[in-house]
Design a protein around this ligand. Sequence first.
Ligand code: COA
Ligand code: ZN
Length: 308
Amino acid sequence: MMNIDVHVREVGLRDGLQMTSTFMPTADKLAWIAAEFAAGVREIEVTSFVPPRLIPQFGDAEEVVRGAMALPGLNVVALIPNLKGAERGFALGVPKLDYVVSVSRTHNLRNVRREREASMEDFARIVAARDAAGLKGRVTLASGLSTALGCSYEGRIAVDEVRRCAAELAAMGADEIMIADTLGYATPTQVREVFKAVLAETGSIPVAAHFHDTRGTGLANVAAALDCGIRHFDASLGGLGGCPHAPGASGNIVMEDLVFLLEGMGLKTGVDLTRLLAVREIPARALGAGALSGALARAGLPTGFVPA
Ligand code: COA
Ligand code: ZN
């Protein structure tokens, strides 16, 4: 197997599609997943186990997960907001579930309709339920910390709050922690401060970065996180993304641009950029070409570009 320096994870099928009013047909979702996997992306968050009544886009969650799990070697991830979502994941044997808590108390209340403490307690129940079902070692439980770098309701978020939340999740047995700049507020200086604080609490578990490019700082923040030793990044094809309960949120960092940055810096991602660029056609067909952004797609690869 090719050695990878930096792990990139596609989240457009979850973070991107939760914002779109057009339902993307299940077959198109599966075609997107298969094509991006074939381009070399090894981890994809394919859906969200939320009530379909709330986000109809994920009404086909079970079908999408089953289809994605048929691709050998793909690490399939689904977002879960609560124990009920986790149980849906356990029933299917989804290899990785991505829980979500917001550091901002207001955002947590709006997003998952309960206090942050209640969300934290639910995570402990989810870990216990997984272990009781004999799925420890087979189902990875990651947890995201949303609004960790700023919130549209609360503004600045204290670094100490992020540090405490990360420490709590690690103590409860999170297998991975993802730090999210949900609103795209962060600058590299803040990224360094927050990731250093988090890394001091999380021991050997991977810490991933989830950046939105709402204010154009996304890739600069990636460079800052790399300096801190972060080697796991979320991104979405064509920069699709946003949060339905965070006013002003827009797209994730663009997967194609992220891979270009990393490969250009000599860091292997395992992703073939030419094939990756071609995948855009699938969401563009379903959502309209205007839904996708991206600098590399606009400008093309530099003449003589050599990947890592
Ligand atoms: N999957 C499917 N159904 C679920 C569910 C899940 N994960 N969680 C709850 N439900 C069902 C319950 O069984 C209940 O059904 P019933 O009315 O038939 O009995 C109903 O939904 C209400 O359950 P409740 O626990 O009261 O949920 P809620 O209405 O307080 O909503 C969340 C809480 C967490 C489910 C909801 O706020 C949510 O999905 N938020 C996520 C938002 C999101 O995706 N944000 C973007 C990602 S960061
Ligand atoms: Zn996001």
